[in-house]
Design a protein around this ligand. Structure first.
Ligand code: ZN
Length: 312
């Protein structure tokens, strides 16, 4: 059955782009509402269902259009909701961005878990892939094929010793999402963050909400990494966030390489438009033949975090 929250909750924190503080109030919503966002600081931006077609920007984060106005960085919220099986919710935001929090979905997930979920009176709709669909864009690829479950294998390859090549296969399961994917933080290189600052972007970006990597020092965050392959796990969280905009539960096996918000969005649209390659079924999404998630080729280089480096 579809699920919504048992009660509303409020999250506060700074926005990645502006560095200003924002509040997001997440509340229960009726059957078939999906996930809808609005801004409470302006008129004209009433509750709008997130779809791959109202994404207005994929620079640094996924931004949706709400009555001609932006709401930014929605992907960790939408990814957490999909991952926990929350189908219907309203999110009311106090401005242009939802809080970036610690750069992962951890705090959002904890709020949802504390609030609790309740079953509703409508079946979930599942997009069941029946034929492969794939896209390729500047050496970035995403493909999906039929599968009795929902699985994402992501490969990333950064020419940097802290990251290197990482491959993670996540066999989706509501009960493991928090621990395996939800806690993984976003990441960036110190030189890239500094370049963004000089352009007036990512003003809120810091060691509090991202893993920051220095070419010489390695990971700058004093607490280190939450998992040696936290980077690839975060890319999978982003993919949950971006593909959840499709608006159905997904049944299929995804293989993605080097994809990001832009390519994820193109893939979401391509899949929705490939109407001969899937069926929409109203079913319980309980899968048989569940596999274990696997990690491979973790080329982790345990650089020591330097406590003398001030926050980026
Ligand atoms: Zn992200």
């Amino acid at each position: 059955m579809q699920k919504t929250l048992s009660k509303a909750f409020t999250i506060k924190g700074i926005g990645l782009h502006s560095g200003r503080e924002f509040t997001a109030v997440v509340s229960p919503a009726p059957e078939n509402t999906g996930i809808q966002f609005r801004r409470d600081d302006v008129r004209n931006c009433e509750y709008t269902r997130i779809t791959p077609y109202n994404v207005s920007s994929t620079q640094l984060a996924t931004t949706i259009d709400c009555g001609g106005l932006p709401i930014s960085t929605i992907e960790h919220f939408s990814g957490a909701f999909y991952g926990l099986g929350l189908d219907n919710a309203y999110v009311s935001v106090s401005g242009t961005e939802v809080p970036i929090l610690d750069g992962s979905a951890k705090e959002i997930i904890e709020h949802v878990e504390r609030a609790g979920l309740k079953e509703q009176k409508a079946l979930r709709k599942v997009l069941k892939v029946t034929r492969p669909v794939s896209i390729e864009y500047e050496e970035k690829t995403v493909e999906i094929e039929p599968y009795d479950g929902f699985q994402i294998t992501f490969e990333l390859d950064y020419p940097h010793p802290v990251i290197g090549r990482q491959v993670f296969t996540y066999e989706y399961n509501e009960n493991t999402f928090h621990k395996e994917i939800g806690i993984a933080r976003t990441f960036g290189f110190k030189r890239e963050v500094e370049a963004l600052w000089s352009m007036g972007l990512a003003k809120g970006g810091s060691l509090d909400n991202a893993i920051v990597i220095d070419d010489k020092e390695g990971v700058l965050n004093p607490e280190g990494l939450r998992a040696p392959d936290e980077f690839v796990r975060h890319k999978i969280l982003d993919m949950f966030g971006d593909l959840s905009l499709i608006g159905y539960r997904l049944q299929g096996k995804i293989k993605a390489s080097r994809s990001g918000h832009q390519v994820n969005n193109v893939f979401a649209r391509t899949l929705l438009e490939a109407t001969n390659s899937y069926e929409i079924e109203e079913v319980y999404d309980k899968y048989e033949n569940m596999q274990e998630s696997t990690a491979e080729n973790i080329s982790f280089n345990p650089f020591v975090a330097s406590p003398s480096v001030s926050p980026a």
